[in-house]
Design a protein around this ligand. Structure first.
Ligand SMILES: [Zn+2]
Ligand SMILES: [Zn+2]
Length: 341
């Protein structure tokens, strides 16, 4: 996952999200984006690495509805970024609940009712299970029906949208968004998301992306190619599932007009590399949770109950534990210790 909202200068000027680029070429990045900017602080002064710190603390103090306000003690304020972390390299201004509500975000309703998952190409048995579980998790997370469509064969992707790199084939993500998904998007799609086992790249000068989305068109494509081999062990299956559901919910959150979070450790944080994304939580911070629950018109307590059941069933123990603490605070049934995350 998980990068800031990028203003694409290609592909019909749609907003795109580009994920976890490693070894990228910044000249190429600037061709794709208008909003990306490197921070240029004094290396000897850590404060300069994150000029947005004051703004982040201000956002964290936003007064939320009581049930969300009660969650704040178990969430960790965003810390100073490491030299290669997202916030050391990108200026972010964050997004308060108040501003989010005023932005007329994309939301489910009479017209947009369903999230569609579009498998693209072949999956191993374990990868197919990851896709099914991700669809189940997204249904709970966004409180809307999620339907998995019949798979598109990879042969639908033309030669001009493929290349060989790193010893395997890659698929051009922009082509998938514009030429494959947009023309086929169901009318009632809140989001139409392709999952593929193939590696992706977004265009010239880029090595790869984990995924990419067009916000205006409400379409996205994510690859599970780099999430680890779920057939390797039970532990790797859980890690692959966790990485996939983190990405799927983060990017679909963007489709619902949620911007990157800079206030707390949160599923909506921008991430620059795998280590950073692996250390970010699956859970939303209280501000982003308040945005989502307001948008999808959802009571957070039963939502937490379902998230706990999913995480327990799939042995995501740490995540289940955090959701349990959150549920206790929301219901205010018993005192809860401060989280050690
Ligand atoms: Zn993002
Ligand atoms: Zn957040």
């Amino acid at each position: 996952m998980y990068q800031r909202i990028l203003f694409s200068v290609v592909a019909s000027s749609v907003l795109v999200l580009v994920l976890g680029i490693l070894g990228l070429n910044f000249l190429a990045r600037n061709r794709f984006t208008e909003a990306t900017k490197l921070s240029g602080g004094d290396e000897t002064n850590p404060e300069d690495k994150w000029p947005g710190r004051r703004r982040a603390r201000l956002l964290a103090r936003e007064k939320l509805p009581a049930k969300y306000q009660r969650l704040k003690p178990i969430h960790t304020l965003m810390g100073m970024p490491g030299p290669s972390d997202w916030l050391a390299c990108h200026e972010e201004s964050g997004q308060s609940l108040r501003v989010y509500k005023r932005q007329s975000p994309v939301r489910p309703g009479k017209r947009l009712t369903t999230i569609y998952i579009q498998p693209l190409g072949k999956f191993t048995e374990e990868q197919a299970k990851i896709v099914r579980l991700s669809a189940e998790y997204m249904g709970i997370y966004f409180n809307v029906p999620v339907k998995i469509k019949s798979a598109f064969p990879l042969k639908m992707v033309p030669r001009k949208a493929r290349r060989q790199r790193f010893g395997h084939e890659q698929i051009l993500s922009i082509w998938v968004l514009d030429k494959l998904l947009r023309p086929c998007r169901p009318k009632d799609a809140l989001a139409y998301i392709a999952f593929t086992g193939s590696d992706l790249w977004p265009g010239r000068g880029w090595n790869f992306v984990y995924g990419q989305a067009s916000l205006r068109a409400r379409v996205g494509v994510w690859s599970i190619h780099r999430n680890g081999d779920p057939a390797e062990s039970e532990q790797m299956f859980r890690l692959c599932l966790l990485r996939t559901i983190k990405t799927a919910t983060h990017e679909t959150g963007h489709i619902l007009t949620m911007q990157h979070c800079i206030a707390y450790d949160c599923n909506m944080n921008g991430c620059n590399h795998r280590l950073e994304s692996d250390t970010r939580p699956l859970a939303l911070c209280p501000i982003c949770l308040a945005k989502l629950c307001w948008n999808i018109n959802c009571d957070p307590a039963p939502r937490f109950e379902k998230l706990i059941a999913f995480c327990e069933k799939n042995k995501l123990k740490k995540e289940a534990g955090f959701f349990k603490k959150s549920l206790q605070l929301i219901q205010k049934t018993q005192p809860v210790e401060k989280a050690d995350r």
